[in-house]
Design a protein around this ligand. Structure first.
Ligand SMILES: Nc1ncnc2c1ncn2[C@@H]1O[C@H](COP(=O)(O)OP(=O)(O)O)[C@@H](O)[C@H]1O
Ligand SMILES: [Mg+2]
Length: 270
């Protein structure tokens, strides 16, 4: 965790009034959210709160029914995953979608192989894959030519992240990245999360684990039943507060703060 003050610059990603309905089900009812560059924003909430639907609105899987999305202060429409990728938004889903029978390099270039004279350029792909893993300080894999099936859970997560960020990403969304991991592997993945933000990327981490959240998050956003009940710098929260906010939508001790890009908020308003 690092100390960063929100400046006057707009957040890399800023969402206002996001509504998403599925027939009569209002999954998101007017959500405001900011993800600044160089910071880890933890998105927390109970099952059914709307976390997955919300990140799918960022990833171009769903288009919101209402609301605005801006990117570096400019309004954008994210209608498809391709739109999201073009902006530099990468999503690492919980199942990771790696191919066990393929090696690390093959997984990282799956569907985007480098060709040279119509043949696979194995050297170029190895170099690029190796450089990305090195940049992310993923040093624990024996060989980038080992099949993904032979990797530990944390290493698999690292490969999925490396694949996501290799293509000039500016925002990485991670859905429960440590849910299936033991202590040591979790530490490795949290280091990776910190490394991404230290490199200037915005990271959105969905997590149920408040230990993880308080270890790496710069900001916390709490969703409950489709509403953003609290969001702000991690220093505004403690774990007990977050539990209360997730469960009831309120906490006696929590003082709501303004969104990161709202500029000078009038003091003393509730
Ligand atoms: N494709 C869908 N069709 C209808 N309802 C959905 C769909 N996806 C999610 N929902 C509903 O939206 C709400 C939020 O779901 P979700 O975002 O998956 O919650 P979370 O990820 O926080 O557990 C839930 O009530 C869920 O049933
Ligand atoms: Mg979910």
């Amino acid at each position: 965790m690092s100390e960063k003050e929100p400046g006057d610059e707009p957040s890399l990603l800023s969402m206002r009034g996001i509504v998403k309905n599925f027939g009569p089900v209002q999954a998101l009812s007017g959500v405001d959210f900011d993800a600044p560059a160089g910071q880890v924003t933890a998105l927390v909430g109970d099952n059914g709160a709307g976390k997955s639907v919300f990140v799918k609105c960022i990833a171009g899987i769903w288009e919101p029914d209402q609301g605005t999305i801006s990117w570096n202060g400019e309004p954008v429409h994210i209608r498809t995953p391709r739109d999201a990728a073009a902006l530099g938004i990468a999503t690492v889903y919980q199942d990771l979608a790696l191919c066990d029978n393929l090696d690390i390099v093959q997984n990282m270039f799956l569907g985007r192989e480098i060709l040279r004279h119509r043949f696979l350029d194995e050297d170029a792909m190895e170099r690029a894959a190796g450089a990305t893993l090195e940049r992310l300080a993923v040093t624990s894999v024996r060989s980038i030519r080992q099949p993904v099936a032979s990797l530990s859970g944390g290493q698999r997560q690292a490969v999925a992240v490396a694949r996501a960020v290799m293509w000039n990403s500016k925002l990485v969304i991670m859905d429960e990245p440590t849910a299936a991991l033991g202590v040591a592997q979790t530490a490795m993945v949290l280091e990776l999360v910190e490394r991404l933000s230290a490199e200037g990327l915005a990271v959105i981490m969905i997590s149920h684990n408040l230990n993880d959240v308080f270890r790496v998050a710069d900001r916390i956003a709490v969703l409950r039943l489709g509403e953003m009940v609290a969001s702000g710098p991690v220093s505004d929260f403690d774990p007990q507060m977050v539990v209360e906010l997730m469960a009831t939508g309120a906490s006696e001790r929590h003082v709501p703060t303004q969104a990161v890009a709202s500029g000078s908020a009038p003091a003393g308003t509730d």
